[in-house]
Design a protein. Structure first.
Lengths: 67, 276
């Protein structure tokens, strides 16, 4: 089971970060978006190649009003 | 952009007194007011307030993207880009150096900026910074090439330590975030001014324009205002007031105020006083 933003998801292991973002309706060049997998940043350049493990915890973050 | 409201330019095109630009980490900022994007009831109101404030730097937080199919499509990033301001990401909500460092790295990815307003919170009720975690995170982020602007307590020793590890500015609080209590310890802010050579930005606690003016009079280089503008009854009007206050305080700081004294000192000479 892969978790995306704290929720269990239908995303299968082996899916790439770019694939997850596409499932969320985000284009590849989405501005203001950053991704962490298992507590580590996945740089934009690695989105299309970084494959998710069996129990990956994916965090997809964006800008929110604050500060 | 709104028309100039603080007469930044006098005849001949020279900047008026007190209007020298602020430089942080090599970036020139004409406005000495940094805005928070939080607390506005709409993005439209935020954009109007930004324009009225003249600010060129606006903070944003990083949070989980809303996964629901009904998530709003209007993007904060796009509104800020249209407003012509730079984004200053923050690490709001982080309680450890580890989380703050990770958040800063994610912000760099998301917004393509090395600038980070570093916040490491140590207490939920007061939102006061956790000093050891803050210093630790600052050191690590400076090592990783970030331009670090730490939100700190009004402790001159901690401010000096933050500057010593390479922070690009220090941002002491006047009073707790969102409290509107103004500057509770102006002596400490003045001491911090003496303690550090990096830009000094008053962060947190500003309630109204006079607080911003006082910050500048105490020697701050800039003021950060968030709730004071966003949660005012009329945020756009308050943004204009803050802009004017920062300008006035800066002018007054450069003008050199008279000393405070207990007794009166007549401004009219007694010489020539008639004897009735």
């Amino acid at each position: 089971m892969i978790f995306v933003n704290g929720q269990s998801s239908e995303v299968p292991a082996g899916e790439t970060v770019a694939g997850v973002l596409a499932r969320m309706g985000l284009a590849e060049g989405a501005r203001g978006v950053a991704v962490a997998v298992d507590g580590e940043v996945v740089p934009r350049a690695a989105w299309s190649t970084h494959a998710l493990g069996e129990h990956a915890r994916v965090e997809v973050l964006t800008a929110m009003q604050g500060g | 952009m709104m028309p100039e409201q603080t007469s930044a330019v006098v005849a001949g095109g020279q900047p008026a007194l007190g209007e020298e630009p602020l430089v942080i980490a090599g970036r020139t900022l004409r406005s000495r007011l940094i805005l928070g994007s939080g607390g506005f009831s709409s993005l439209e109101l935020m954009a109007e307030a930004i324009a009225a404030s003249g600010s060129e730097l606006v903070t944003v937080a990083l949070r989980r993207l809303d996964l629901s199919p009904t998530r709003p499509r209007g993007s904060l990033v796009e509104v800020l880009a249209a407003a012509g301001v730079e984004i200053l990401p923050n690490t709001a909500g982080c309680h450890t150096a580890r989380d703050a460092v990770l958040t800063a790295r994610l912000a760099r990815e998301a917004f393509a900026t090395d600038w980070i307003k570093l916040e490491v919170i140590g207490d939920e009720d007061t939102l006061l910074p956790d000093a050891p975690e803050l210093l630790h995170a600052a050191e690590q982020l400076v090592d990783e090439g970030f331009v670090v602007l730490p939100y700190t307590t009004d402790d001159p020793v901690l401010a000096r330590r933050l500057a010593d590890v390479g922070c690009a500015a220090v941002m002491p609080l006047g009073s707790p975030i969102g409290s509107g209590m103004g500057i509770r310890n102006p002596y400490n802010i003045a001491l911090i001014r003496e303690a550090v050579n990096v830009p000094l930005v008053l962060d947190a606690g500003i309630g109204t324009a006079s607080d911003a003016a006082l910050a500048m009079e105490l020697g701050c280089d800039a003021v950060m205002a968030a709730s004071a503008i966003a949660r005012a009854e009329d945020p756009v009007r308050m943004a204009s007031a803050m802009r004017a206050a920062v300008g006035a305080g800066r002018l007054a700081a450069g003008a050199g105020r008279i000393p405070r004294r207990t007794y009166a000192k007549a401004s009219t000479p007694s010489k020539g006083l008639p004897d009735f």
